[in-house]
Ligand binder design. Structure first.
Ligand code: RFL
Ligand code: PHB
Length: 390
């Protein structure tokens, strides 16, 4: 088997890359360990930045998102019951976000790739990038009971945080930076009309809560939990009770409904530098993780592969490798900006571990600043809708 770009992973990073390469006339093969139905139903992110939606629309895969996604002009940040709207449209000159499930983006991209004759190999086991330091890298894998080797010009490691690609870079090359947060999120999907038109991020003394949306009939909600907590401890009744307490605001009521999905996520920040070695380029969660409070992970994955696709087009079409040489540096500028924003939002909104009254006082001062300062609201708005790529 042979292709120009071998892509490991059919998440947002791998699928957007394969699609953008196709638009550029460049051939790719996507190797995914899970089944198609698994990746199409994996519930994760829900917020697309303006730049991400623009890209999907401009490259012809935004049709269903335009029809079914919800465009939001702002979000609400709430501190102990007091709600403050961050008006994106006013603060960013009309930029906004679209609420559209990550699994819907994934479904649209898979359909577009397969319609265009693209190759996505689902349920491929033991993918292993080889010879990445030379000019003829390959990806070994097993598919439908047969061992294969895919010869490629370059490999894109889009296989998420727990993937294999980062691990084949020789020891000593990568510098790694990160932190684990002392809290987790318990996320639920409920078949009930959202009680809000725009997201509500709430700080409450009992812990953070988030009211997000998926559709006129589906709500997505999260509560801060201890990361070592067991999901078995969280009955549907207890979840609704906490959500009611933490999201409560004068004059506002929240309607409850059946919970159809429940999962816990640990929260961490992580970056590896550089994001490339030889002919292997890492993109998305394979190279960096942000805590979900800034709604940035999927958007960062899309930004990485936009930069990578342009660099690959310059190389394949014009023999210009400057974009590939600079790939990591170009991505990392944005990655660290987003790390700062995601960390800021996380520390602003979660109840911090006890025992550091100084940190709690500083947090309260930050919350008051967000509530009262146009400058701070401006900063949150421009980061939340996403900074331009260049
Ligand atoms: P993914 O989505 O993890 O995809 C990686 C793919 O690689 C496959 N894979 C392999 N395939 C072959 N061989 C192997 N050895 C492989 N190992 C792994 C996996 O099966 C998978 O299909 O990474 P990608 O593409 O980089 O995309 C990143 C995003 O998924 C992630 O950053 C976001 O979901 C983060 N995130 C959010 N991002 C946003 O932009 N906005 C949000 O509102 C938002 N909310 C969230 C989130 C993540 C969450 N969780 C569950 C971590 C909310 C939550 C709760
Ligand atoms: C979601 O809708 O799943 C969502 C929204 C905002 C976040 C994280 C997740 O910050």
């Amino acid at each position: 088997m042979q292709t120009q770009v071998g892509i490991v992973g059919a998440g947002p990073a791998g699928l957007v890359l394969s699609h953008l390469l196709h638009v550029e006339g460049i051939d790719s093969v996507v190797i995914e360990q899970r089944s198609r139905s698994y990746v199409e139903t994996r519930i994760r992110a829900g917020v697309l930045e303006q730049g991400s939606t623009d890209l999907l629309i401009e490259t012809g895969v935004g049709g269903r998102m335009l029809a079914e996604g919800a465009v939001h002009d702002g979000v609400n940040l709430q501190f102990n019951g007091e709600r403050h709207r961050i008006d994106f449209a006013r603060l960013t000159g009309g930029r906004r976000i679209t609420v559209y499930g990550q699994q819907e983006v994934v479904k649209d991209l898979i359909a577009a790739r397969l319609d265009a004759g693209g190759t996505i190999l689902f349920e491929a086991a033991d993918a292993t990038p080889k010879d990445i330091a030379g000019e003829h890298p390959t990806i070994a894998f097993r598919h439908q009971g047969t061992d294969h080797e895919l010869a490629c010009d370059v490999i894109a490691g889009c296989d998420g945080f727990h993937g294999v690609c980062r691990g084949v870079i020789p020891a000593g090359v990568l510098s790694e930076f990160g932190r684990e947060y002392p809290f987790g999120w318990l996320g639920v999907l409920a078949t009930v009309a959202p009680s809000t038109d725009e997201l509500i991020y709430a700080f409450h003394e009992r812990g953070f809560a988030l009211h997000s949306l998926r559709s006129p009939e589906l709500s997505r909600l999260y509560v801060q939990v201890d990361p070592s907590d067991d999901i078995e401890n969280w009955s549907d009744e207890r979840i609704w009770e906490e959500l009611q307490l933490r999201l409560a605001s004068p004059g506002w009521t929240m309607t409850e409904g059946p919970i159809i999905e429940k999962a816990m996520t640990a929260m961490r920040s992580y970056v590896c530098e550089p994001m490339q070695y030889g002919r292997l380029y890492l993109a998305g969660d394979a190279a960096h993780i942000v805590p979900p409070t800034g709604a940035k992970g999927m958007n960062l994955a899309i930004a990485d592969v936009t930069i990578l696709a342009r660099a690959l087009a310059d190389w394949f079409h014009r023999g210009d490798h400057s974009g590939l040489d600079d790939y990591s540096d170009r991505c990392l500028g944005r990655v660290w900006r987003v790390q700062d924003f995601s960390n800021t939002m996380t520390e602003l909104l979660h109840v911090l571990p006890p025992g550091d009254p100084f940190a709690s006082r500083v947090q309260r001062a930050k919350q008051r600043y967000v509530a009262t300062s146009q400058a701070m609201q401006h900063t949150i708005a421009e980061n939340y809708v996403g900074l331009p790529l260049d």
